[in-house]
Design a protein around this ligand. Structure first.
Ligand code: MTE
Ligand code: MO
Length: 530
């Protein structure tokens, strides 16, 4: 007799069936990963299904995810998808014990789902995007059919029947191990190929940021304030918050990048290259310090940062294309920016052309834009939340009306118009600090982009509002650092902050949620003094 023949207990059979399912699922994803490297990294089934899930996630759940997982929200989603797939693969494996064809067919069905998701993505321009899912599923289905066939009692081959329902355990384990190893190799190779986007990397490495025709005004020394726990005036790129829908950060080759400007009232449509921007052929290069804020930021939250941007003044470019603001008879009141991954962001044309430093940014804190922050080009408009102004990986600008088109986030219940709300945050101390009596430096940031911050006040418990010491203003578009030396007394205390903007309006006490156009309310921290 060849190999070890022995009857399997029901439970062992089920475990082995489940193992076959898992291996098949693993092989399917690995092959899909490898194929996606040849097609397009974003066409992989997990990325495609994840992207579709993000687009369909109810706003409250998305907001909750951003709040709880922050920048890890996407990782959590991917792990979730993999966990669901693992369970389904186990079940298909067990099903295949009885119905080998049905099990394999189930794997193919998942391939169809992945293929549909991949080709339906807004950034999909080719039916080729179905290939990773389809080929992955075929590999998984074939493997499942074949592996399960080596288990006893599954459409037994005449030879094994002769063996008396026994099975060749060693041969099975060898086959399973070989399948796992081959899948791992394919998956890793795919990963490596997918993570190297040589052209985009090379194009970014080659960028030499131009000298701006209009440099930023020198930052007053007194605008800086350094205290332990306090945000720096400029947020380093590596610490800058990131909020977007991209499961795979788009890696765009700057040398082939193009931006198309067209639409209502665009009398001279134009396509600009990265070189046009760098050489100043698309408008004056300006350098400005602008604080960016996310509408999903809770009171006291982390989704706000300040950077020095270099870019082309958007108003110059738009005027050259013939665009006029609505107040001067222009037909379009909405500028819709579209990114390479299909996300659209709608900004008021009036705001973009009203003299503020709206720009097509190519530099962030002295470096080309990081890929995660929109390389090669993104929009920045002071005074508007990111979701209505700061399109990353921009490739198209269309002039239209708010009546005619709802941009990505607006379709998901956020407001069409969203100027940044005046906010202030206590960076130090943080709940639940335990402090020593005596002088405690309370410090933080306050922002009201394009209106400026005029005053920041701090209140201890229910006491009177006291003026904090404001660091000097860099510009009306940047946040201001502040501090307040507090004589801490023993006990539990609540410290609260409020800001007043350049128009004299004080931040409201009323608590509103982030949806639909930004949270209001005051930030406070709880501390205990011993
Ligand atoms: N293409 C694209 N651009 C985008 C987004 C996005 O999801 N896709 N998110 C916007 C949102 S909601 C914000 S707050 C800012 C965040 O920019 P950052 O990630 O560079 O901080 O980018 C904006 N631009
Ligand atoms: Mo945002």
């Amino acid at each position: 007799m060849r190999g070890v023949t022995k009857k399997l207990s029901g439970r062992t059979r089920i475990s082995l069936g489940a193992l076959c399912g898992l291996l098949a699922g693993y092989a399917a994803l690995a092959v899909a990963e490898l194929v996606s490297a040849a097609v397009r990294p974003e066409a992989g089934p997990v990325t495609a299904v994840g992207g579709a899930a993000i687009d369909r996630t109810p706003v409250t759940l998305k907001d909750w995810a951003i709040r709880h997982f922050g920048t890890h929200d996407k990782l959590v989603l991917q792990i979730g998808i993999l966990a669901v797939l693992a369970v389904l693969a186990l079940l298909l494996g067990v099903l295949a014990l009885r119905h080998r064809r049905a099990g394999a067919g189930g794997v193919l069905a998942f391939g169809v789902v992945g293929a549909l998701a991949a080709t339906a993505r807004p950034d999909s321009h080719s039916a080729m995007d179905a290939l990773p899912s389809v080929l992955g599923a075929v590999a998984g289905a074939v493997l499942l059919y074949w592996l399960v066939g080596r288990l006893p009692g599954v459409r037994p081959s005449t030879r094994r029947v002769a063996g008396g329902g026994g099975w060749d355990r060693r041969a099975f384990m060898l086959a399973a191990t070989a399948a796992a190893a081959a899948s791992t190799a394919a998956g890793l190779l795919g990963r490596v190929l997918n993570s190297t986007s040589e052209r985009a990397d090379a194009s970014r490495a080659k960028v030499v940021l131009p000298r701006p025709a209009s440099p930023a005004a020198p930052v007053p020394k007194a605008a800086y304030l350094q205290l332990p726990g306090l945000s720096p005036l400029f947020t380093p790129n590596s610490d800058f918050y990131r909020v977007d829908t991209a499961l795979v950060v788009p890696k765009v080759d700057a040398t082939t990048w193009r931006l198309k400007i067209h639409g209502q009232g665009v009398t001279a449509p134009r396509t600009v290259t990265f070189d046009d921007l760098v050489q100043g052929r698309a408008g004056e290069l300006i350098e400005r310090d602008i604080t960016l804020a996310c509408v999903s930021n809770e009171v006291g939250g982390p989704y706000v940062g300040n950077a020095r941007w270099i870019g082309v003044r958007l108003a110059d470019l738009l005027k050259e294309c013939g665009v006029r603001p609505p107040s001067r008879g222009g037909p379009a009141d909405q500028l819709v920016a579209r990114s390479v991954d299909g996300v659209t962001i709608g900004s008021p044309v009036e705001a973009v052309l009203d003299g503020r430093d709206a720009m097509l940014a190519i530099g962030m804190n002295g470096r080309p834009l990081p890929f995660a922050h929109g390389f090669p080009v993104r929009m920045v408009v002071p005074g508007l939340y990111g979701y209505v102004s700061a399109c990353k990986w921009i490739e198209d600008i269309e002039l239209t009306t708010f009546a005619a088109y709802d941009a990505y986030w607006v379709q998901r219940s956020w407001s069409q118009q969203a100027p940044v709300k005046t906010q202030s945050r206590i960076d130090t101390p943080r709940t639940p600090a335990r402090l020593k009596r005596g002088t405690v430096m309370v410090a933080g940031v306050a922002w009201a982009q394009h209106r400026g911050i005029e005053r920041v006040e701090v209140r201890i418990d229910d006491g009177p509002w006291r003026r904090a010491d404001l660091a000097a203003e860099d510009s009306v578009d940047t946040w201001r650092l502040w501090s307040y030396p507090w004589q801490a007394t023993p006990g539990s205390h609540t410290l609260t902050v409020r800001a007043t903007d350049g128009t004299g309006a004080t931040q409201t006490e009323e608590r509103t949620p982030t949806v639909p156009n930004g949270a209001t309310g005051r930030h406070s921290v709880e501390v205990t003094v011993a």
